[in-house]
Design a protein around this ligand. Sequence first.
Ligand code: GDP
Length: 299
Amino acid sequence: FTRLKDGLRRSTGKISDGITGIFTRSKLDDDTLEALEELLISADLGVTTATRLTEALAQDRYDKDITDEEVRRFLAREVGAILSPVAKPLTVNSGHKPHVILMAGVNGAGKTTTIGKLAKRFKQEGKSVMLAAGDTFRAAAIEQLQIWGQRVGVPVVAKPTGSDAAALAYEAVDSAVAQGVDVLLIDTAGRLQNRAELMAELAKVVRVIGKKVEGAPHDTLLVLDATTGQNAVHQVEVFQDMASISGLVMTKLDGSAKGGVLVAIADKFGLPVHAIGVGEAVEDLAAFDPDEFAEALVG
Ligand code: GDP
């Protein structure tokens, strides 16, 4: 929690100080409401959510005296209520061996790092884990995943750069089945510049692994970088078009002033948020606690 609170300080500072600036000796009138709405939009909560929150406050307290602290409490409660339904820990109990998790997201979002962190977590829970370097397009992505595999102590299935991603995924699933592995995490490419090609590749990976293990992939997680702000909203739309996204992980919430985008995304899509990244180290994957997050965000 401290880590998240430290990390979100830039978002918190912005909203919290902004509220104080608006509501010092103030009544809730059109001007203060408009200023509050603008503040929430600038903190990346998105226009729809910012408007709805502001309207809810108006309904409650219009034309009455209100303190900055009361506004913060109100927002913390409302944001918590938006986030609560989407906060869902990642469970790997499909009953299948392996439980297959496909990891999607644009390059640099933190996919590889999140795979490493999740692998460590599952291993600590006593599960056997295997990784597949499915971003066969980038040599650096393959190497990074191999480094994570060594660090965490789990096997990594990899092929040379330029290999067919679906063939690699098939090989990994085959090997995981043969070895009775509990959880298989498959990395995927994130080159959005060539969307049609990426979409075809993802579809092929899904088709191939579904043939080998019933219901696979059992989870398709989209990794989003909090520092990209509103762009993350767009990424959810794009990836939902390309694959059947079952849940989200938001990274880089340490030190981002744009953490509010998670509220916009929760409000808009209602997709489960399974975990949050709060640093680069292996232990820096936190469970997503809606009330803690809301409080850390608005101060
Ligand atoms: P990928 O291209 O999606 O696989 O992204 P990587 O996993 O390689 O991550 C890109 C960069 O973001 C790396 O420098 C990571 O160390 C960093 N990173 C990933 N997750 C986090 C996080 O939660 N917090 C911070 N501060 N950095 C992160």
